[in-house]
Design a protein around this ligand. Structure first.
Ligand code: V47
Length: 362
């Protein structure tokens, strides 16, 4: 057995016995040359947690507007008012998009918006209310911590009041976007106007306290270092230790096209390592999501043997990554997701937004 084999086994034993990996151990995992060994131990831990099951949801992403007062350097989706390519959906258009998805069996709406310069908080509440009134059986996962902070600023309400109002209107859970990299140095380079990392964590903490489950993400492959990534994962693990409110972690590889960040798209090895390392470091987060939109179908499928146990969903119409040059389709059929999971040697499990089993596609 090589020194590297011994280290990977030690890391697995540590995680399996409920202990956490340290910052230095995380860095060492990332730096390993033994990609398959790393994938194998992450897969072992994922299998211990979920017995070979990989989850997906029939869902619909809805982005009500791309007008945004924050113009983050890494975002190709946002537009300023009057700029070519800008749009804002009416409530009727949102309802129509939702209706078509429900006809196709959607159980979840994933709603993420730009910070529109003219919409007041009431309008964002109306969007949730409309979806819930028309489709009461569909779960509404809406608004990132960045939007929640914006609503608090424009309404003068506290974070807790904003979340309670959205909950009353029908919000069921929150997506994990806007985390990017949770540190001041990277944020000041990429998105200085955006919610600070401390505030991002506080907002999720408040949501969890109010019984709102959420997800967490990490945007990687831009100006950050491996150390920044591990530090980010440790911050998420610490909050999860306190609240237990995160359902899944989603590593998001940065797509550079049409953005103001001049780097090449990251590599397949980096994406697979990030999946595996996050599975081992975030031992207390139930699922690592292989978001096929950003990873691409191929890497997302391989990621199912590197520790990922969720494939997000059918998505239907993805805009944020496609604005930045993603070559994946805008949506996938349920049939295709089931095939991808089965061919990876895993058991496809159709779930609802809270991971209740809808159907095991054995
Ligand atoms: O917050 C923006 C990222 C996020 C780019 O919670 C980019 O279930 C890559 O958070 N290249 C939105 N990424 C996506 C997201 C998400 C997706 C699927 C499921 C869930 C969930 C959450 O995408 C943004 C930002 O971090 N992003 N621009 C880009 N050029």
């Amino acid at each position: 057995m090589t020194v590297e084999d011994k280290f990977l086994l030690y890391a697995l034993e540590k995680v399996e016995s409920g202990e956490t990996l340290s910052f230095e151990e995380g860095i060492r995992l990332y730096r390993t040359q033994d990609l398959l060994g790393l994938g194998h131990v992450a897969d072992k831990y994922a299998t211990k947690l979920h017995q070979g099951r990989v989850y997906f949801v029939v869902n619909r992403h809805i982005n009500p507007t791309n007008y945004c007062v924050n113009r983050c350097k890494f975002c190709a989706f946002s537009k300023s008012k009057g700029e070519k390519g800008g749009y804002e959906y009416t409530l009727r258009e949102i309802e129509e998009k939702a209706r078509r998805a429900v006809e196709d069996g959607a159980r979840e709406f994933h709603v993420v918006s730009g910070l529109h310069p003219d919409w007041d908080f009431g309008h964002y509440v109306e969007i949730v209310k409309k979806l819930k009134d028309k489709f009461p059986h569909v779960h509404v996962k809406a608004y990132t911590a960045v939007e929640i902070e914006h609503f608090s600023k424009i309404s003068g309400l506290s974070i807790e009041e904003v979340l309670n109002k959205l909950k009353e209107a029908g919000l069921d859970s929150m997506p994990g976007g806007g985390a990017e990299i949770l540190n001041d140095r990277v944020r000041s380079q990429l998105c200085p106007e955006k919610t600070s990392w401390k505030r991002w964590l506080e907002i999720h903490k408040t949501a969890h306290r109010l019984g709102i489950k959420s997800n967490c993400t990490m945007l990687f492959g831009h100006v950050e270092s491996i150390e920044d990534r591990i530090d980010h994962l440790l911050k998420l693990r610490e909050l999860q230790e306190e609240t237990g409110g995160f359902q899944a972690f989603i590593p998001l590889p940065f797509h550079p096209q049409n953005t103001n960040v001049n780097v090449n798209f990251t590599t397949g090895v980096d994406m697979l390592k990030t999946i595996a390392v996050s599975r081992l470091i975030l031992n207390n987060v139930p699922h690592i999501k292989a978001y096929w939109v950003m990873l691409g179908e191929g890497i997302a499928q391989v990621a199912l043997n590197f520790g990922a146990t969720d494939m997000e969903g059918t998505v239907y119409e993805e805009k944020i990554t496609h604005a930045a040059g993603a070559s994946s389709p805008q949506g996938l059929s349920k049939k295709r997701l089931i095939k991808l999971i089965k061919d990876a040697g895993k058991i496809p499990v159709e779930r609802d937004a809270l991971y209740n089993v809808v159907k095991v596609h054995a």
